[in-house]
Design a protein around this ligand. Structure first.
Ligand code: AMP
Ligand code: MN
Ligand code: MN
Length: 338
């Protein structure tokens, strides 16, 4: 498959590269790394991400040139979609991609639908950046410090700083090489984890206050509402990573963060359905990707998510009633101190 993709890249000139909305470090890192590489390979490259690009990833090279909208008549020879289990994950540009003669799907989500004309889908890869790295090697393009920093950031963030179950040998081997080629580990971690706004820390405080745990201790749950976001002056990007606090509690097998999204109905009563994003994290025993897929979302074995329009009470109820291996109806009523 890689050979056919290399062939396609050799034969064509204009390339659109896109990754998923509400991007994480892998979505941005892979996008920049492949974009810079294909430019060195002589291609005309447009980078697309619907955004918003979180402030903590703006230190990466050339994030300013990433477009969040395309001209309606934009046309490309090839589209490359990175870190997306479905084409829809890139947002509005999916319409442009559908009209592109060749679509290449590069991803590591176990729930990837296999869309596109050519695919490299490797659920064992620690990050899409690992697959991008291998492609760069095949292309024979020299990795400079900008590319190295982008690949390093993709792997560093998607493995939770080499802590999550997807941390494989390649993560260490590639990051070792990236550091030799100019990636600065301290600079990356300082930007990604050491430059939070005070508001972001206050949002974390709000979220921690909502933690509930099931009677058997296997499920933890947190809630973030739009009221908490406005009270703390925070954005969706400030939510990244908060769920890991719920996941860290001893004996917890699955952590859930229910995040109310913005909608157009400011004065909708709290009991009316609202759009929510639900993040799921497992500690190895629960396949959260398949749970998310049942709700129309997707992800990895240990980290997944889905969107739902409902009430908070209904979402909590649905989660409490999930039958998932040894973590099942014993969830019962959640205990809460507050
Ligand atoms: P999150 O909980 O949003 O941090 O996402 C965890 C993982 O699940 C990431 O790899 C996401 O790409 C994936 N994911 C989250 N939401 C969705 C969705 N609605 N559809 C498909 N994959 C998702
Ligand atoms: Mn991602
Ligand atoms: Mn990823």
């Amino acid at each position: 498959m890689k050979e056919q993709i290399i062939q396609q890249l050799k034969q064509n000139k204009t390339v659109l590269i896109a990754s998923h909305t509400s991007p994480d470090g892998d979505a941005i890192g892979s996008l920049i790394a492949l974009g810079l590489t294909l430019e060195k390979f002589g291609k005309k490259v447009v980078l697309y991400n619907e955004g918003p690009i979180p402030a903590v990833y703006r230190f990466l090279p050339q994030t300013d040139r990433v477009l969040c909208a395309l001209e309606p008549d934009a046309f490309f020879d090839i589209a490359i979609v990175l870190d997306c289990s479905t084409l829809q994950r890139i947002g509005a540009a999916a319409e442009t991609v559908k009209l592109t003669p060749v679509t290449i799907n590069i991803d590591h989500h176990v729930t990837n639908t296999g869309f596109g004309d050519f695919q490299i889908i490797d659920a064992k890869a620690c990050a899409s950046a690992e697959i991008v790295y291998e492609l760069i090697k095949k292309l024979g393009v020299a990795i400079d410090a900008a590319i190295a920093t982008s690949i390093y950031t993709g792997i560093f963030t998607d493995t939770g700083s080499f802590r999550f179950a997807n941390t494989n040998l390649a993560a260490f081997a590639i990051c070792n090489e990236m550091v030799q080629l100019g990636a600065d580990p301290y600079c990356v971690s300082k930007n990604v984890y050491g430059a939070y706004s005070l508001n972001r820390i206050k949002l974390l405080n709000q979220a921690l206050d909502t933690i509930e745990i099931s009677q058997d201790g296997k499920l933890s749950m947190m809630v973030l509402t739009q009221a908490m976001m406005s009270k703390t002056g925070t954005q969706s990007e400030d939510v990244e990573g908060i769920i890991n606090y719920a996941r860290r509690i001893e004996d917890v097998k699955m952590a859930v963060l229910i995040h109310e999204l913005k909608n157009g109905h400011k004065h909708k009563p709290a009991c009316a359905p609202h759009p929510y994003h639900v993040s799921l994290r497992g500690n190895g025993n629960v396949d959260v990707a398949s749970i998310a897929a049942d709700f129309g979302g997707g992800g990895h074995h240990d980290a997944a998510g889905f969107n739902i329009e409902s009430t908070l009470a209904d979402i909590k109820n649905k989660i409490l009633n999930l039958e998932i291996g040894d973590v099942n109806s014993e969830f019962g009523i959640l205990n809460s101190e507050s």
